[in-house]
Design a protein around this ligand. Sequence first.
Ligand SMILES: C[S@@+](CC[C@H](N)C(=O)[O-])C[C@H]1O[C@@H](n2cnc3c(N)ncnc32)[C@H](O)[C@@H]1O
Length: 382
Amino acid sequence: MKDILSREIQEYINANLNTDLHSLLLKKSPFPEVMMQQLVQQIKGKKVALKKFPFLLKDNIVFPPNLNLEQASSQATAEFKAGNFEGKKFLDLTSGFGIDAYFLSQKFEEVTLVEQNTELLEIVKHNWTVLNRNANFINENLENFLAKNQDKFDLIYLDPARRDEHKNKKFLLEDLSPNLLEIQDQLFNFSNEVLIKLSPLIDISYLISVLNHIVEIQIIAVKNEVKELLVFLKKNQNGENKLITCTNLESDEPSFSFQYHWEKEAVSEYSEPLQYLYIPNNAVLKSGGFNSISEHFNLKKLHPNTHFYTSDDLRTDFPGRILRIEIIESKAVKKGEKYNIISKNYPLTPDEIKKKYKIKDGGEHYLIFTQSLKSKIILRSV
Ligand SMILES: C[S@@+](CC[C@H](N)C(=O)[O-])C[C@H]1O[C@@H](n2cnc3c(N)ncnc32)[C@H](O)[C@@H]1O
């Protein structure tokens, strides 16, 4: 690791940020002490950091292999998580590249990072020195660490890795390392609060059925792409109340929260399209709070099978897209016009619609093809 920190090599890395990495790999390294593969790894890391963790764009920061870059959280989601937590002692049992830990631990006095991958932990240790941050770095399997540990912590954080990245079957907690089902009760011997990051592919009702002590599940999207589920557990909290919070970062949409068990009791009323159409963001869609959102914002639904809502009063605080709309006849769709086309619960796909009406993608307005309780409808944003 020391070799790549020399000034010449750091300059070479910075000078090649826009070079094609495949062709670079075919060349011989200009530095006898470092292989081209290592140089390319650093260039790749810096390129990823530009978008994913810009706080690491400093001289002498070392980047790990691709898999660890991919597994690491983004700065945006890590900073968001950090907002809510403070205390004396913080423990991250699956430190990885340490992005979450770096932000989550900012308001803690003592930080402990556990990571089984020796090279990765060495890199994190080095980077944290460059960043002027202290921690206890423990290179161990977390199960062994917990078996010996005598300390108590104010917050334990886990971001388990998938055992097999290519598994397509139903996503279960048993597919993760560590297996949370095996260690969940043990964790409360060491802390009253546990925060777990999980893939958005995991089903929320399944999580609630297998994890104990859940107080809140946060669904975090960035620019409407759902990135992670955050599960917050508190010792001795086994009541019915579990808050679901949906957040779309890097948008101006407000967060939306509802009680999981209220969703079953909440009722959506239906209506033909009114002045405004509301399309929930993907975090809300992932949450399944379809009746809760209808009740909370006093909106009517168009149809049981589509999550389109409508009202005559404008609700600007709705977490999603809001369009002022009119219902149009199909003959009002003119050949050659440009629209953003949405088709939900309608027999034709957007491509089929484009072909049939000879219209193009784009422009400022939306055309929405869907159904109300009465009939198929076409809505146009105005
Ligand atoms: C998804 S990554 C964590 C990424 C991290 N949150 C970040 O933002 O950089 C998971 C890490 O947990 C580590 N890990 C998985 N199972 C472990 C275990 N049983 N003991 C210790 N570390 C483990 C893996 O080596 C991997 O580096």
